[in-house]
Design a protein around this ligand. Structure first.
Ligand code: WT7
Length: 633
């Protein structure tokens, strides 16, 4: 197993070692895994030309390390616990032995449909065990998985399928979320009608058994393909730098990009970071509430915990069904030891009152995690006091889809916690703050742009199909640095607090979205002439979506707003629907025609008393008009 740090002194020692001799540091960690052929160099990197390779020429299969490796010592220990949507339904468990058998059956099923090493498989699934099984089955045979969050629309699904040129889509008939049954097979059918020409088959898991449309040419049932397969499947031999998965995420331009992660480095870093940040001990029950459609689910429901031989729980439902005590009921029922969730969920549950957590026995909790967005002070204290009772340290973990694993976080009971601070870097991570000229700020007590100056094993390798874009977006802003897109401050003791995005990316309920992406969707509504989207502070969601829209419609009313929201739902999904729509006659623009978002952000945030100098605008008069019509909360 990878090293588990036990004291502050050891953290400082490991950190220093990781900076002084990164190769020796990561060699030691990597050698704890099963390699089919040892690697012959630790790292080869060049940020300027963007070429990063870890554990060169090593051969491995990540599922052999997640599953087979544990059979001898913990074959009968639970690997996965699944908690269903309904509170009165039975949960389900899979031991390491059972999970391996299921993964192998599914892997053989995928092969029988012609899926081979290097093929892309898109997932559009609920949070059920079969999602975990099929994702690992892809990794077993060297197929590249790309999980699409099932809240995305048919159009968004098509965009991703087409970009990845996927050979197969795996979905369920219906997803269950709270009171609702969501017809996901129908969404896949729509996606297939719009595009998805590369798809040869759609594998459907019968989840609810409700009726679906069927096309014998492409559709096949999980039970026909997977269930009767052999439970033995030889793991495909993968190179360290073979692609493990693609995960689509939003950037400042319109089109989502496929972040590429590779086998070797991702394996080493997710296991290492999991064991240290959550201080997982033998026998603990660990629960991360994320959806596997996001990177958090990949790294810290599936790969990290399984690599570490942990018992990891996944939950099908939502935090408020059947009531606002569900998370805490589950923590009590399974005696959860480490709990990992997002600030937006904490804020939403906090708003429902202290009586909900008070009903349940939360005494098993040892570590509380937070991820996805800055956690505000009030939510931090509520989480600390009402959930952890002051005894379970909060690990505020900062990282990104692109980083693959947690980069900044306290280590519970080892390094200190400070509200709203993600704290110190994990060993192996070298963050720097720079000013807008790219000058590295070495002092403490400064604010700057957060960059990373040395590679780490689970970092993004490329954006799928467009290496140049990856180079441009992350490595060209500042010389020889990876740019995160976040602004941050470092306090007097060197702890880092991540403040938020400095680019045109917003974070709504922990969902990352490009403002350009939302604008493109709004512009699809026929009466829309032009739009500008900005984020504003929202008490529950962290950020809300505020859209300024120029429309040609005769009636600028609520009905039109509804139409626009419908269009956005169709283009991206309900998560991208604007919270506020203001119809305007014009948008503030520079003389070169660029929308001045700074001004719109201030108006949307109710913070427009001092807008600074606007005289250089092409149309300064429009600002007063927009201010007058602003939606105030
Ligand atoms: C962006 C990445 C990391 C997995 C889930 C989100 C923001 C993330 C924190 C945190 C402040 C945070 C950043 C980052 N973010 N964690 N602990 N404190 N901000 O992954 O969708 O790739 O989004 O989320 O702005 O850049 P993602």
């Amino acid at each position: 197993m990878t090293t588990q740090i036990k004291s502050r002194a050891q953290y400082l020692e490991e950190y220093a070692a990781s900076v002084n001799d990164p190769e020796a540091f990561w060699r030691k960690e990597a050698e704890t895994f099963k390699w089919q052929q040892p690697f012959d160099a630790v790292v080869d990197w060049d940020f300027r030309e963007l070429n990063v390779k870890w554990f060169l020429n090593g051969k491995l299969n990540i599922t052999e390390n997640c599953l087979d490796r544990h059979i001898e010592n913990r074959g009968d220990q639970l690997a996965l616990i699944w908690e269903p949507n309904g509170a009165d339904e039975a949960s389900k468990g899979y031991t390491y032995k059972e999970l391996l058998a299921e993964v192998n059956r599914c892997a053989n099923g995928l092969k029988s449909k012609g899926v081979q090493k290097g093929d892309r498989v898109i997932f559009y699934m609920p949070m059920i065990p079969e999602l975990a099984i099929a994702v690992l089955a892809c990794a077993r045979i060297g197929a590249i998985h790309s999980v699409v969050f099932a809240g995305f629309s048919a159009q968004a699904l098509t965009d991703r399928v087409d970009d990845a040129e996927a050979k197969m889509i795996i979905c369920a008939d219906y997803n269950r979320r709270g009171y609702k049954n969501i017809p996901v097979k129908q969404v896949v059918d729509e996606a297939m009608d719009i595009g998805c020409n590369s798809v040869e088959s759609v594998l459907v898991f019968k989840n609810t058994g409700d009726e679906v449309n069927w096309s014998d040419d492409v559709d096949c049932w999980w039970s026909d393909i997977v269930t009767d397969q052999s439970d033995i499947c030889r793991p495909e031999i993968m190179d360290s730098e073979d692609v493990l998965f693609i995960l689509y995420t939003s950037g400042s331009t319109g089109k989502p990009k496929g972040v590429v992660h590779t086998c070797g480095g991702y394996m080493v870093y997710t296991c290492y970071s999991f064991r240290n940040v959550f201080q997982y001990q033998e026998g603990d029950i660990y629960w991360c509430t994320a959806d596997i459609g996001w990177i958090t689910g990949h790294s810290y429901i599936l790969y990290g915990p399984l690599l570490a031989g942990a018992t990891s729980m996944m939950f099908e439902g939502v935090p408020t069904y059947p009531d606002a005590g569900r998370f805490w009921a589950i923590c009590e029922k399974h005696r959860v030891n480490q709990f990992y969730t997002a600030p937006t969920a904490i804020r939403a549950l906090m708003a429902r009152g202290d009586e909900w957590p008070a009903k349940y026995d939360l005494s098993a909790l040892k570590v509380l995690g937070s991820v996805g967005e800055p956690i505000n002070e009030e939510a931090w204290h509520w989480y600390n006091d009402k959930i952890g009772k002051g005894k379970a340290p909060i690990v505020d973990t900062w990282w990104q889809t692109e980083t693959g694993g947690i980069m900044l976080s306290p280590l519970p009971h080892i390094t200190d916690t400070k509200p709203t601070y993600a704290g110190y870097p994990l060993p192996g991570i070298q963050p720097v703050l720079v000013n807008s000229d790219g000058k590295i700020l070495n002092d403490n007590n400064v604010e700057g742009l957060l960059c990373i100056k040395f590679p780490w094993p689970s970092m993004i390798r490329t954006t799928y199909g467009d290496h140049n874009r990856c180079k441009e977006v992350y490595f060209s802003m500042f010389d020889n640095l990876y740019f995160t897109g976040d602004g941050a401050r470092r306090d007097e003791d060197g702890r880092i607090r991540v403040i938020g995005r400095v680019d045109d990316v917003i974070n709504v309920s922990g969902h990352r979205m490009g403002t350009a992406e939302v604008e493109n969707a709004i512009n699809e509504q026929e009466s829309v002439i032009e739009s500008a989207v900005v984020g504003y502070p929202h008490p529950i969601k962290g950020q809300g979506i505020y859209a300024f829209i120029i429309s040609s419609a005769k009636k600028l009313d609520d009905e039109l707003k509804l139409e626009i929201c419908k269009t956005v739902s169709k283009e991206i999904g309900p998560i991208a629907k604007p919270d506020c729509i203001q119809f305007v006659d014009g948008l503030p623009k520079t003389r070169s025609g660029k929308i001045m978002r700074r001004i719109l952000r201030k108006i949307a945030s109710d913070d427009d008393a001092h807008l600074g100098d606007i005289s250089t605008l092409l149309n300064p008069d429009i600002v007063e008009l927009i201010k007058k019509g602003a939606i105030r909360r």
